[in-house]
Design a binder for this molecule. Structure first.
Ligand code: ADP
Ligand code: MG
Ligand code: MG
Length: 250
């Protein structure tokens, strides 16, 4: 599904990613954990097509295609979904209007027919429930005036509507109370399938109590310093990241 090879990137003079290797198979859930400033969001933004970072080495393939050569829109058409720590507000465009256009673009990219308005509404109501997103938020401008928790639920709701092949979620859990955390996790878990992969980026282990990953990677100072199974997240919860700083230094 995704193959990252020796990915190196910088912004201005600062070298941020120092050779990332990561391979994800279809249907797998991978988590990247790491201390603040280790480069997790940088990796997510590069995968999304943010041009403020210069890729100085290595590459990324999405289902065998050169991801870094694609425009952000092409990445979305190829089935990539990005959920960010700070979801953007789109004043003046209603959530359901925005989403219907996005859903139809995704369907078109998959060679499917447009969704009719009745089916769209039915699907939207069903999937809003998955994340306990209040239905009234469908008619409000995208994320405008939404609380932190509502924005994160809305991100996962959008993901559930778009049915991506690969979803990358950057700190979707940060700042969430336990109910919102569970709602977000429920949305992700309902979307898990043998055809769909997830890359979950998080600083804290607690989201991974609800979304149990197949693989966990620890990123420190622009490198993946350790990979393992879900028990690695539990180990981190006990030891913190200091251990890995030392490992990386060595
Ligand atoms: P994480 O998501 O793991 O907390 P980031 O990818 O946000 O880490 O940041 C990694 C490093 O890159 C940090 O040291 C950060 O200060 C630096 N960095 C990120 N974005 C920029 C930027 N636009 N300009 C300068 N430095 C940046
Ligand atoms: Mg950060
Ligand atoms: Mg970050």
């Amino acid at each position: 599904m995704l193959k990252i090879q020796n990915l190196q990137a910088r912004i201005e003079e600062a070298e941020i990613l120092k050779g990332i290797d990561l391979e994800m198979g279809q249907g797998e859930v991978h988590a990247i954990m790491g201390p603040n400033g280790s480069g997790k969001s940088t990796l997510a933004k590069i995968l999304a097509g943010d041009e403020s970072y210069a890729v100085t080495g290595g590459g990324v393939a999405l289902e065998g295609e050169d991801l870094l050569a694609m425009e952000p829109e092409e990445r979305a058409r190829a089935g990539l979904f990005m959920g960010f720590q700070y979801p953007v507000e789109i004043p003046g465009v209603s959530n359901s209007y925005f989403l219907k256009a996005a859903v139809n673009a995704a369907r078109q990219a998959r060679g499917e027919a447009e969704i009719d308005p009745v089916s769209f509404l039915k699907l939207a109501r069903e999937r809003a429930q998955w994340v306990q997103l209040d239905e009234s938020l469908l008619n409000r401008p995208v994320n405008a005036g939404f609380s932190g928790g509502e924005k994160k639920r809305n991100e996962i709701f959008h993901m559930a509507m778009l049915e991506p092949r690969l979803a990358i979620l950057d700190e979707t859990d940060s700042g969430l109370d336990i109910d919102a955390l569970r709602a977000v996790a429920d949305g992700v878990n309902r979307m898990r399938s043998p055809e769909r992969s997830f890359l979950i980026i998080t600083h804290y282990q607690r989201l991974l109590n609800y979304i149990v990953p197949d693989h966990v990677h620890v990123m420190v100072n622009g490198r993946i310093v350790r990979s393992g199974g879900k028990e690695l997240a539990e180990e981190l919860e006990r030891t913190g990241y200091a251990l890995f700083d030392d490992e990386e230094a060595a």
